[in-house]
Design a binder for this molecule. Structure first.
Ligand code: HSE
Length: 405
């Protein structure tokens, strides 16, 4: 029997207990041994819940029990999750987690401790919820040199943008509705400002390219400035606006970026709507691959965590090598990254087109009949610094969204 402990009985923690109870027999068969939850750690009591039988309030009970071989950390946040995880790994206990903040911030160090102890620190659920992506990057795609990872990695913002597009509503109204329905957190900053997607693309990029990508180096913009008017243009053009988290190899360098991007129907991420997530990968021999599914939520996330528990059970005293070295991947300056730019401009098209073309050269022009006294144009591919220099000379820019088509 393999004894495990679950740290945190919140949404994901209770999901882990539910998944293990629901699929007990098949999980044990796949793990090759019986997985038993010996402890659940939480500061709260849960009167009437069967978890009371295994509930403890003190981490020392778990860390000092030599029978516990695998710890599931689903507390979220940096502390005490970091201290508990480090102590668990140093004590020779495997750790499985959904904690993206912790993996992005301390993943390199925790992976090194796991390696030195010949055990495992696994984090499939940290990116894309229930979508298998960490394991594919670490095993199925090892024949490739990956040169692009682009994902819709945040369900909350994808829900908001999809709803804005389908209902024509404003960001603030859809956010309120998403909070009412429980899709968005009461403090939605990490989601809507892009910080959550930023941590996830840093984790995926570290694994894809083999060197540590510091999430603080990833250029990040959220969706708070996207308006119902921007969406109207996107709809007229048959495009959609998505919060894309991207990292790409360009020449000998790499860049990483989170920002709203206008994409067209040829992009495989175009039809990823609502709370779903998807990750597009390009490898030099594989070509394109895409992973799609439930990117958040209690049971999908718990499914990925429990799959990691099974993997730990199968490799109890053997480290599964991860392609994530502590060497830092230096990212290109965002100013040198090239994009097309969709720009909305106040004023009349006939009066201002000459001015626009004098700065940007030939552009594609778009108008929306219901939006008077403004128009939009899309530039050819230019570097960010070039866009900024030219945009400074243009009065009346209403909005700018990067375009990929
Ligand atoms: N807040 C995250 C999201 C949860 O909306 O995708 C999953 O990491």
């Amino acid at each position: 029997m393999i004894q495990i402990a679950v740290l945190g009985y919140g949404t994901v923690g209770s999901g882990v207990v539910e998944v293990i109870n629901t699929n007990h027999a098949s999980i044990n068969k796949k793990a090759g041994d019986e997985i038993n939850i010996k402890y659940v750690l939480d500061l709260r009591d849960f009167p009437g819940d069967p978890v009371e039988e295994v509930l403890v309030h003190d981490f020392e009970t778990i860390i000092n029990d030599p029978e516990v071989q695998i710890i599931v950390e689903v507390m979220g946040g940096l502390e005490p999750a970091y201290t508990f995880t480090k102590r668990a790994l140093e004590a020779g206990k495997c750790v499985c987690t959904s904690n993206k903040e912790l993996v992005a911030r301390h993943g390199t160090e925790l992976l090194e401790i796991a390696k030195s102890k010949d055990i495992n620190y696994l984090f499939e659920a940290s990116c894309g919820g229930g979508i298998p992506i960490i394991r594919p990057l670490n095993s199925s795609l090892t024949a490739d040199e990956i040169d692009e990872v682009t994902g819709i990695l945040n369900g909350t913002t994808n829900y908001i943008l999809s709803k804005m597009a389908s209902d024509g509503s404003d960001f603030a109204d859809v956010l309120k509705e998403a909070q009412r329905l429980g899709y968005a957190e009461r403090n939605p900053e990490a989601d809507v400002e892009g910080y959550d997607a930023c941590r996830k693309i840093a984790i995926l990029s570290s694994l894809a390219y083999g060197n540590h990508v510091n999430y603080e180096d990833v250029y990040t913009e959220g969706i708070t400035k996207i308006t119902a008017e921007d969406i109207k243009y996107a709809t007229v053009m048959g495009t959609s606006i998505k919060l894309l988290a991207t990292s790409r190899k360009v020449g000998d360098g790499f860049y990483a970026m989170v920002s709203p991007v206008m994409i067209d129907q040829n992009n495989p991420l175009f039809s990823v709507n609502g709370v779903f997530n998807a990750i597009f990968i390009h490898g030099n021999v594989l070509g394109d691959a895409m992973f799609y599914g439930s990117g958040a939520g209690k049971l999908p996330t718990a499914s990925a965590v429990v799959a990691d528990v099974v993997d730990c059970a199968k490799h109890l005293h053997r480290n599964i090598m991860m392609n994530w070295s502590s060497k830092k991947l230096e990212l290109m300056k965002i100013d040198d990254v090239k994009s097309r730019f969709f720009v909305r401009l106040g004023g009349s098209l006939s009066e201002r087109l000459e001015e626009v073309e004098a700065l940007f050269g030939k552009v594609n022009v778009v108008t929306v009949p219901s939006l008077k006294d403004e128009f939009a144009f899309i530039t050819e591919e230019i570097a960010e610094h070039e866009y900024k220099e030219k945009a400074e000379k243009l009065d009346g820019i209403l909005s700018m969204i990067r375009a990929r088509f």
